[in-house]
Design a protein around this ligand. Structure first.
Ligand SMILES: NC(=O)C1=CN([C@@H]2O[C@H](COP(=O)(O)OP(=O)(O)OC[C@H]3O[C@@H](n4cnc5c(N)ncnc54)[C@H](O)[C@@H]3O)[C@@H](O)[C@H]2O)C=CC1
Ligand SMILES: O=C1[C@@H](O)[C@H](O)[C@@H](O)[C@H](O)[C@H]1O
Length: 348
């Protein structure tokens, strides 16, 4: 007797095969069930094919994302290209009527994000998810639940750190905000169930490891929420020693502390030590896995994705635009005001 399976294989095309594109390619072919990566694309000739070969995979290799987006063998577009290419790739995917997963930031600024929001709404249902994977990290999910439960009373302050070991030489202040701090910008109001009231961004003494004058590194981001919570975030993208993410939520009765990834501690030669990770791949591995499982589960059934939305991408971009404005004006406080979340983007 032949057993019929109703499990549908989702045909995915990935645009941008750099650091995270390669990682998601591996994830979608080796970790997430019922996915066929039918096509890849990178603007640099040969780059995507080299990665396919390295991972022992076969897929169509395009150099122009339009060809991938319009390929009938691609049902879902995953955009892992550089920030400046997100807008055009996402718009093309939406215009072609395809579900789309776009890495953060959704686009370069709030205007571009609003265009995407409007394009998505033409479909009458959500078609897009943004790669704010921390919403899926079990430790942040637990923190949110404890904040909602009132475990520490009302949150009063947040104390955060977003340190990268290093970044490419051309990394500038704008990227520190729209590519690095954007994670906390997106995450904190979600954790707190609150909206931002204002933001301030300023530099401190520069690290000697900063080679260009286009970046302020480290920089301090401060936000106040409408509910009166003060958020303090250090962004330091060339800290040299490792990848270090801190998130303390200080409440009326206690403190919630984000755990670091479990590492075996060593007691040896009169020393007690634990390793610190060096990049986001290992630090948020389970979050990326859960995120893609959820996204694929929905779109494979022709259902809208339910993870971070284009509206979340837009809210983050409005905040990031204000952050850049503050940095350009020596850390002046910039007020924030957001339009009401449209019904289209309210969770059902
Ligand atoms: N959620 C997360 O934790 C992470 C998200 N990201 C995001 O993913 C994106 C990519 O980051 P990385 O992989 O680190 O950068 P990368 O520079 O290593 O890779 C980007 C790739 O996109 C390609 N590309 C650029 N424009 C293109 C176009 N028009 N068509 C096709 N390919 C194009 C580049 O040639 C490059 O290979 C960024 O937007 C970044 O913010 C990156 C790392 C972690
Ligand atoms: O999203 C990411 C990168 O694009 C970004 O460049 C890093 O700073 C972040 O830590 C990482 O999570």
């Amino acid at each position: 007797m032949k057993i019929m399976s109703d499990i549908k294989v989702t045909k995915v095309g990935i645009v941008g095969i750099g650091f995270i594109g390669s990682d998601h390619l591996h994830r979608l072919t080796k970790t997430i069930a019922n996915v066929d990566v039918t096509a890849v694309c990178d603007i640099v000739p040969g780059k995507a094919q080299k990665e396919l070969d390295r991972q022992g995979l076969k897929a169509k290799d395009y150099h122009d994302y339009h060809d991938l987006v319009n390929d009938p063998d691609v049902d879902v577009v995953v955009c892992t290209a550089s920030n400046e290419a997100h807008y055009e790739i996402v718009m093309a995917a939406l215009k072609a009527g395809k579900f789309c997963f776009c890495e953060k930031p959704l686009a370069l600024d709030a205007n571009q994000c609003m265009d995407i929001v409007k394009e998505e709404q033409k479909h009458g249902r959500r078609m897009l998810q943004v790669g704010f994977m921390r919403h899926y990290a079990p430790e942040y999910v637990q923190m949110k639940k404890m904040i909602d439960d009132g475990t520490i009373g009302h949150p009063l302050m947040m104390d955060e750190r977003h340190y990268n070991q290093t970044q490419p030489e051309e990394y500038d202040s704008s990227r520190s905000i729209i590519e690095t701090a954007i994670h906390e910008i997106d995450l904190d109001h979600w954790l707190l169930n609150d909206d931002y009231k204002d933001i301030q961004v300023f530099g401190v003494r520069k690290s000697k490891y900063v080679q260009n004058d286009q970046i302020q590194d480290p920089m301090i981001v401060m936000m106040n929420t409408k509910g009166g919570v003060n958020i303090y975030l250090e962004v330091y993208v060339r800290c040299q020693y490792g990848y270090d993410i801190k998130c303390d939520v200080i409440g009326e009765k206690g403190v919630l502390e984000l755990p670091t990834v479990p590492q075996v501690a060593t007691r040896l030669n009169a020393e007690y030590s634990t390793a610190i990770l060096t990049d986001w791949k290992a630090r948020f591995e389970s979050a990326y896995d859960i995120e893609f499982r959820d996204f694929i589960n929905h779109v494979s059934q022709d259902e809208s994705p339910v993870g971070p939305s284009a509206w979340d991408g837009y809210i983050a971009a409005v905040t990031a635009d204000a952050a850049l404005q503050s940095l350009a004006h020596d850390g002046e406080k910039v007020d924030l005001d957001f339009p009401e979340r449209p019904a289209f983007y309210v969770e059902k």
